[in-house]
Design a protein around this ligand. Structure first.
Ligand code: UT7
Length: 342
């Protein structure tokens, strides 16, 4: 019996085996914003930690353009042929169209044909949700190569006359390859939602409840409306809940966490959450200063930015909070050293 138990194989994990990102070249600095609305570099830096963000310019370019760039780079660096990808999931709140899904468009743009692809809409928690979905397909043995994209063109839904929201957001995309592994990968996930939070953070018009009219456009109802201070409190509470929940469930002490990978909404939210969890800032990924809040893209962009520092076996805690409300976290072990995939 003992011998049999020893030989038992460990369960299959869904491991991230590559990451890539794309940021559009146009930079919007705090100084640029101060020329557009009544704000200052000092206010934005002190209240959010953001110094600059990227904006996707160019006629006819939507979220799919950035997602496709990230996926092209991912396939190239991991040596993956488009025909080997078995499923593509795109987390976005700024799809190119209400339909078809942005995932369908990305597949077509990068030469992936005839597979399943769909969007996941969970606002800033979108990447955590999409990666959680991908992990189930891998664990079930349904697919062996899944691409998960987090991409948002927030500049398309931001009101650049509203200083309370326009300073926070930016555009970008990140993508990861997810494959089965018996050694490393996703160990635990936690996703949460509360639709009653809608009033604090939403885009009022453009959906089936309030289809677009000349009036909704004139009233700027097609952009993000946020009660920042309320969302701030819910975000700290939600991120702390999932991080502490995952740590408790997996018997992790703060020293066991090699990297905390939070959604980049506000430097102060990240610092407060890390402080509550007693995780020192040297082990917290921080990219908000240069990319702003790119919604579903912040976590894959952070993983991409820090990729060279990561080592196989590193324990990572991902956590996000966003519109919905939605929030969630993932505990995983990193699958490779530095910029090499395996
Ligand atoms: O990622 C999805 C989830 N979203 C979030 O997690 C965002 C969470 N919220 C936040 O990050 C912060 O609430 C904000 C960065 C959005 C705002 O920071 P805050 O410290 O909560 O400011 P506030 O909204 O309480 O406003 C404080 C003051 C107000 O002026 P009064 O009423 O005190 O005179 C605002 O009008 O700051 C004013 N203000 C600004 N001043 C200069 C608001 N935006 C600006 C601005 N520049 N851009």
């Amino acid at each position: 019996m003992a011998k049999k138990a020893k030989q038992r194989k460990s369960p299959v994990h869904a491991a991230i085996t590559g990451v890539h990102g794309y940021l559009p070249p146009d930079v919007l600095t705090n100084a640029d914003l101060a020329r557009m609305v009544d704000t200052s570099d000092q206010w934005i830096t002190e209240r959010t930690g953001i110094k600059e963000r990227r904006i996707l310019k160019g006629e006819g370019l939507g979220t799919s353009h950035m997602g496709a760039e990230a996926v092209r780079g991912l396939l190239k660096k991991t040596g993956t042929a488009p025909e080997d990808v078995e499923l593509l999931i795109c987390a976005t709140t700024t799809p190119d169209f209400v339909h078809p899904a942005t995932a369908n468009l990305i597949c077509d743009m990068v030469g992936i044909h005839g597979i399943g692809s769909f969007d996941v809409q969970a606002a800033c928690s979108g990447f955590v949700y999409a990666l959680t979905v991908a992990a189930q397909f891998i664990r079930a043995g349904a697919y062996r190569k899944i691409v998960v994209v987090g991409a948002d063109k927030m500049s398309a839904i931001v009101d650049f006359t509203d200083r309370a929201t326009c300073v926070i957001f930016g555009d970008g995309a990140g993508a990861v390859l997810v494959e089965p592994s018996r050694k490393f990968g996703i160990i635990d996930t936690m996703i949460r939602s509360d639709g009653s939070g809608m009033r604090y953070l939403h885009q009022p018009a453009g959906g089936s409840r309030m289809p677009p009219t000349a009036e909704t456009v004139a009233k700027r109802m097609h952009s993000v409306h946020q009660e920042g201070a309320s969302v701030y409190k819910f975000a700290v509470a939600g991120m702390t809940e999932v991080v502490s929940g995952l740590m408790k469930r997996n018997h992790l002490k703060n020293d066991d966490v090699d990297w905390f990978v939070p959604h980049q909404a506000n430097k102060r939210i990240i610092e407060t959450t890390a402080d509550r969890m007693d995780i020192p800032m040297q082990r917290v990924m921080m990219t908000i200063q240069k990319f702003g809040n790119t919604t579903a893209a912040t976590i894959p962009l952070s993983l991409w930015d820090y990729e060279s520092k990561l080592k196989a076996g590193n324990r990572l805690l991902l956590a996000a909070f966003g519109g919905g409300f939605t929030w969630g976290g993932i505990y995983l072990t990193w699958a490779y050293d530095g910029s090499h995939r395996r």
